[in-house]
Design a protein around this ligand. Structure first.
Ligand code: 5GP
Length: 191
């Protein structure tokens, strides 16, 4: 197996954009598509952004031990399916996970995954609020909820190997590229 990158951040810090950018630039790195019980946003596609499933289906998958990790975030379940990640590894892809700190803790227990854990932070709370409002995905109530969650989320930075501040998308991305390259030089045939 190659390696796996975990990107976590408080909601709105730019992690999803960076995850997509990594997989676009490096075709050998695939995004792990999570399962969730959250309703799709208008720009999201089932099977591409997430596997959108019912609460009942998700709970059945938990019972059957189908997840590497799962967590409840903002009243919804999110989880990483063992089957889809293993399939990517079998096809010799490296994997990038866009998951929260709870999931990272669980995933860390699978040492064979060789995780590189990166925590992305927004420059500050004011900037985060601006980004959450500008991206126009959620109503005011949800934005407020995500801002409250921020205080809790950022306390988990010490569970990660690296903390990168997303002041500017390009420089944040280039720092993450450097981290990946330095870690896995011997296996970086794709760079
Ligand atoms: P959103 O609803 O904005 O897409 O995601 C909310 C949070 O759930 C984000 O912090 C995202 O990283 C996290 N998340 C997405 N998929 C998973 C997953 O499979 N497991 C865990 N633990 N968190 C996830």
């Amino acid at each position: 197996m190659g390696f796996n990158i975990v990107l976590s951040s408080p909601s709105g810090a730019g992690k999803t954009t960076i995850t997509k950018k990594i997989s676009q630039k490096y075709p050998n790195i695939k995004i792990s598509i999570s399962h969730t019980t959250r309703k799709p946003r208008s720009n999201e596609i089932d099977g591409v952004d997430y596997h959108f499933v019912s609460k009942e289906k998700f709970e059945k998958l938990i019972k059957e031990n189908n997840f590497y990790e799962h967590a409840k975030i903002f009243d919804n379940y999110y989880g990483t399916s063992k089957k889809s990640v293993n399939k990517l590894h079998d096809e010799n892809y490296d994997v990038v996970f866009d998951i929260d700190w709870q999931g990272t803790k669980q995933l860390s227990q699978f040492k064979e995954l060789n995780l590189i854990k990166i925590f992305i932070l927004p420059p500050d709370k004011k900037e985060l609020k601006k980004r959450l409002i500008n991206r126009n995905q959620d109503n005011n109530q949800i934005v407020e909820k995500r801002l409250k969650q921020y205080e809790n989320d950022i306390q988990h930075w010490f569970d990660y190997d690296y903390v990168v501040i997303n002041n500017d998308l390009e420089s944040c991305f280039s720092q993450i590229e450097k981290i990946i390259k330095s870690h896995k030089k011997e296996k970086m045939s794709f760079i």
